[in-house]
Design a protein around this ligand. Sequence first.
Ligand SMILES: Cc1cc2nc3c(=O)[nH]c(=O)nc-3n(C[C@H](O)[C@H](O)[C@H](O)COP(=O)(O)OP(=O)(O)OC[C@H]3O[C@@H](n4cnc5c(N)ncnc54)[C@H](O)[C@@H]3O)c2cc1C
Length: 455
Amino acid sequence: MPSRPGSSGPHAHGEGQAPGAVTVIGGGLAGCEAAWQLAARGVPARLFEMRPGKSTGAHSTARLAELVCSNSFKSGLPHTASGELKREMRVLGSLILSSADASAIPAGEALAVDRELFACEVERRLGSAAEVVREEIVRIPDDGPVIVASGPLTSDALGADIGRLTGSEHLYFYDAVAPIIEAESLDPARCFEASRYEKGEQAYINCPLDREEYERIWQALCEAETVPVRDFEDPKFFEGCLPIEEVARRGRDTLRFGPWKPVGLTDPVTGRRPYAVLQLRRENAEGSCYSLVACQSRLTWPEQRRIFRMIPALAEANFLRLGVVHRNTYLDSPRLLDASLSLRSRPDVYFAGQITGVEGYLESAATGLIAGINAARALAGEAPFVPPSETMLGALLRHVAESQSPSFAPMNASFGILPPLEGRHRKADRRRMACERAYEAMRLAAAEAGPATHM
Ligand SMILES: Cc1cc2nc3c(=O)[nH]c(=O)nc-3n(C[C@H](O)[C@H](O)[C@H](O)COP(=O)(O)OP(=O)(O)OC[C@H]3O[C@@H](n4cnc5c(N)ncnc54)[C@H](O)[C@@H]3O)c2cc1C
């Protein structure tokens, strides 16, 4: 792999860049995928990776595309959300997926990899396609195109410069996300729509709890298993937005006098004010997903599923994503990016990976793929390629660029972000039909966009 030997120290910009080359900042999943897509379109890429000179605290090797935690790319089955995203990425010639296929290990329905082999495979395939420079970038180059793919643990200096470019109020340094559930998995007999004091439209779904239910859940929250704080995380970050279990641990009544207060709400079944109420807030225009208000959490995922399902209305809840409170640098993308992943205020700057407000290995690589394709298309004077919203990738891009949620939260591939199917269909058929529609739409869009998109 070509790298500039002996180069070291922070870099202000892509000095000495070959004419027509694109600077890619970050040699993670998104950055490698972007560089690959550029090279596949004949555009030279200069990929800057700060490791091993400077670490993120979570990475432990000098390899490109290191998987920092799990070795799984989730389900490989075609009619699952991540299975569909994989199919679409394969249509677009994904480096990360072909490398994952080549380093796969037996894992049932999941696509899991030998992580060392996987990273070697990415480096081997990328080969001479990109020039790899082992340096920290501290300032976004003034002369684009540039793709910023520096990840959830972007170095402090670059984070500050991104803040300069985007406005620091549009850059988040930690992620406090409440679980999101599929609306149709709620028990309608155990919840009701209303706003407190009947003010405004009935914007919330309310899940009432009697005293016994409340105390059982409170106890479970206090005793549940939590994900430990990691070395690169600062617990002070979390004071600004306390995890729900931390609120519970501060006293028996802190939840029902705080985020789960019942004031201004009357349960239509009993005609009385409940003992406590968990409110659910709509997450999208279709009303197909709802978030559990103030339930950001550091509990382990099995514990979150177990405890939130103790709320009667959520007994059968299908979780589209679970709560987190962790270090995560990401943009307020709906205010900043368009769906091609270009910065609206400086279109020659693209963002890719977890920093755009997607969540997960696969999703990060998928946005790298789109940023790489679009930087190459812009250089060729072509219109950007944005897959249709019926595709899983198109729906993710629209979440990033157009989310209407007042508090933008990172999202992974899920059926909840796809537009609804036309007509009525049996539940058992809906996912298969949504995947077939998505795959067909991706194949058509890629073919129509021409050889610069379809590989
Ligand atoms: C601790 C942790 C665990 C996670 N576990 C999982 C998991 O199990 N499964 C899952 O699906 N997702 C997980 N994620 C979420 C996410 O999928 C991964 O972080 C994923 O690697 C994101 O891909 P990326 O390309 O955006 O960033 P990364 O893969 O992190 O790549 C960014 C690269 O940029 C480099 N960089 C940073 N700043 C600079 C700079 N200034 N100059 C040059 N280089 C720079 C970094 O060293 C890094 O190599 C986890 C995230 C974290 C933080």
